[in-house]
Ligand binder design. Structure first.
Ligand code: NAD
Length: 252
């Protein structure tokens, strides 16, 4: 039980990597508060409780400051404080040339993928300080390290998440708050199809992603959850400002 006694908030927890983190964190002894705009997160929280864990859910849009405040506040009061905040919610973009990418798409990507992480970090700091320290984990991507063509706006959001993570690691260190990010390669989650170019055959697009990954498969929620457990646990007590690649060798 590597997270025994910890209380965690996870955004984007109704699906994919976030759902994987919520299940694994609960299995490692953490109380978990799931946050998602999708009300389906309530069913996962109920399933965790049915399995003997402690879990709750807030429906919230991470790009809305009031939503984040209400969700994190509900988590802190339910659990008597917070030790871990995982800012994981995000959206994809369809592969297309930059000059064909609608500015409204760019704005929406930055609102959720960057502003959402900024607001989550901003709300986390006073809560973690009240506990005497803690861990923040942001979900970045290999997109921040080795960008693929056709994803300029999405790639830029993840570069921003990685940069924000490193800056906040320095700012928060005096408060004993560690700030890291995880950089998964293309993942076997519902998001994947959102990256496909319009009209592209889905099987072909999936195979094209896999062909670029040396270990020969997509990342999974279990892969990302395992990295998240490490980075959010006391085993990583000396690790801050890191961007841990969960990428099957994609960034080598
Ligand atoms: N799947 C991949 O290929 C991949 C690779 C690297 C990084 N990532 C990143 O991992 C994170 C999780 O992605 P995933 O693959 O699990 O996707 P997913 O679509 O399975 O899950 C994302 C979750 O975020 C939620 N969400 C989206 N916008 C939200 C908002 N405004 N407010 C609250 N919740 C919101 C969705 O409802 C969904 O439950 C994202 O930040 C994504 O960019 C994904």
């Amino acid at each position: 039980m590597r997270l025994q006694g910890k209380a965690a908030v996870i955004t984007g927890a109704a699906s994919g990597f976030g759902a994987g983190m919520a299940e694994r964190f609960a299995a490692e002894g953490a109380a978990v508060w799931l946050v998602d705009r999708d009300p389906g997160g309530a069913a996962l929280a109920a399933a965790i409780r049915a399995g003997g864990g402690r879990a709750g859910f807030s429906q919230a849009d991470v790009s809305a400051e009031a939503d984040i405040g209400a969700a994190f506040g509900a988590a802190a009061s339910a659990f008597g404080g917070l030790d871990i905040v995982c800012n994981n919610a995000g959206i994809p973009q369809a592969t297309m040339p930059l000059e064909e990418t609608d500015p409204a798409t760019f704005d929406r990507l930055f609102a959720i993928n960057v502003r959402g992480v900024f607001l989550g970090c901003r709300a986390a700091i006073p809560l973690l300080r009240a506990r005497g320290g803690g861990a923040i984990l942001n979900t970045s991507s290999t997109a921040a390290i080795r960008p693929r063509p056709g994803l300029a706006a999405y790639n830029a959001t993840k570069a921003a998440v990685s940069s924000l993570t490193r800056t906040l690691a320095l700012e928060a260190a005096p408060h004993r708050i560690r700030v890291n990010c995880v950089c998964p390669v293309a993942g076997d989650t519902p998001m994947l199809t959102g990256f496909f170019a319009p009209g592209r055959d889905p099987d072909e697009a999936r195979a094209a992603f896999i062909a670029t990954i040396p270990l020969g498969r997509l990342s999974t929620p279990a892969d990302v959850a395992a990295a998240a457990v490490y980075l959010c646990s006391d085993e990583a007590a000396m690790v801050t400002g890191a961007a841990l690649e969960v990428d099957g060798g994609r960034d080598v």
